[in-house]
Design a protein around this ligand. Structure first.
Ligand code: ZN
Length: 423
């Protein structure tokens, strides 16, 4: 679509969205009234700067359904991702939202070169996480043969890949590398594998990782981007030119802001990515701060698509970690620690990548009185803490108890996270 025509579509959809949130979401109506705005104040995307931002904290404060814009009888699906503390972030979809999601995922797979003749092996997790089902809808929409194997079980992944003739693999980039090495280690002839492309996302990865995956699996490795608050995967994806990710901006209008001053930055400047959803019904979000750092490029792509492109995201403007494709906030861990009296809230999270799989270790100080007790008690404390952490974060975290006062104290902001992975 010509960019001028696209702008008309965006303006029209934005007006409808603003009207929808004003009349259906008290949170947005109050915010707009406070700023002296009504639905008629917003006529085009140029007026967006008048509107307030939405953050993950706003979603938490309105947990679970406070920002939904339709009655629950119209919601056909709920998904959830990590919140900053104990409560997850809950998102809801109407039937039309699921159709939109299928559409943008169909675009994602098509731009990776997939079509109805492909076999798509979806090794993203199915469940509350949006990765599995998002790819699933896109695959069915383009008429491909979808293999919903979900995450894990590497032996079976490889067996089905060979036997069913998988041509497109969908998973996190680190799992793709892990699979590639397992194929190598098992002495499987690459000629028996028909893979031609992979769509990889849900965690940051470098050009080096891309080259490694491409050469080890002899495929084209395509970067995809999304977050459940906006829709899930399908927000943006690379085309086969691999020169930036095309944003589906007829559904998700992007801005780049300075994370500190919150001013909108000019094209090409690195800053925080912000989205306004302009077609969503269940959970429309106005100027949602993703915390992902990137830049935008409005130049025409060699593939012919006119959709704006964003750079690969490599950084965050907050302290969220992405481990094995799962979002993790240090504050989630802190919440668990504060609930256990045997432990002091002095801790350190060590993230590493061993054989292409992320590992997590939590070093935490034990209370002085408790530390004098028996080894067996320390062992049961470790087990209890590991269980509590797993149920709070969905991740397996190895706990190492350390003596009181051994974790370095710092004057300013404590360095809680040591990330040894190389992005
Ligand atoms: Zn392109």
């Amino acid at each position: 679509m010509d960019r001028g025509d696209l702008r008309q579509v965006q303006n029209e959809r934005l007006r409808e969205t603003v009207e929808r949130v004003y009349f259906n979401v008290p949170y947005y109506r109050h915010k707009m009234q406070e700023a002296g705005l009504g639905p008629e104040s917003i006529n085009s995307v140029e007026d967006l700067t008048k509107l307030p931002f939405t953050t993950k904290v706003d979603l938490r404060d309105n947990y679970p359904f406070g920002l939904f814009a339709v009655p629950m009888s119209e919601i056909v699906r709920l998904h959830a991702s990590s919140g900053t503390t104990g409560k997850p972030t809950v998102v809801g979809y109407t039937r039309n939202d699921i159709a939109t999601w299928s559409e943008v995922m169909a675009r994602t797979l098509t731009s990776a070169g997939a079509n109805r003749n492909d076999f798509i092996q979806i090794a993203y997790g199915y469940g509350l996480f949006t990765g599995g089902l998002g790819l699933h809808y896109g695959g069915e929409k383009i008429g491909a043969s979808v293999i919903p194997i979900s995450g894990g079980n590497t032996v079976r992944q490889i067996q089905l890949m060979c036997d069913l003739g998988t041509t497109v693999l969908a998973c996190t980039p680190s799992y793709a590398l892990f699979l590639a090495e397992a194929i190598q280690d098992n002495g499987i002839d690459l000629n028996t594998i028909k893979l031609k492309a992979g769509v990889f996302g849900a965690e940051p990865w470098t050009e080096n990782m891309r080259r490694e995956i491409e050469s080890k699996l002899r495929i084209k490795a395509i970067d995809i981007y999304g977050l459940s608050e906006v829709i899930g995967p399908g927000v943006a994806s690379e085309c086969i030119k691999q020169e930036g990710l095309h944003i589906n901006e007829d559904h998700f209008y992007p801005e780049i802001i300075d994370p500190d001053s919150r001013a909108v930055l000019p094209e090409g400047t690195l800053g925080e990515l912000v989205f306004t959803t302009i077609t969503k019904e269940g959970l429309p979000l106005i100027r949602y701060r993703t915390r992902d750092l990137t830049r935008l490029n409005y130049g025409k792509c060699k593939c012919g698509r006119t959709l704006v492109r964003m750079d690969k995201c490599l950084g965050r403007s907050d302290d969220m970690l992405i481990v094995r494709g799962v979002n993790l906030f240090p504050s989630q861990i802190e919440t668990v620690l504060l609930e256990m009296s045997e432990i002091k809230p002095h801790y350190r999270i060590i993230v590493d990548r061993v054989n292409n799989l992320d590992t997590l270790e939590l070093q935490v100080e034990v209370d002085e009185e408790f530390f004098l007790d028996k080894i067996s008690q320390l062992q049961s404390l470790t087990g209890k803490l590991e269980n509590n952490l797993e149920s709070a974060t969905g991740l397996t975290i190895k706990v190492t108890l350390v003596e009181p006062k051994t974790i370095e104290r710092s004057e300013g902001k404590a360095q809680r996270v040591i990330d040894k992975r190389k992005f």
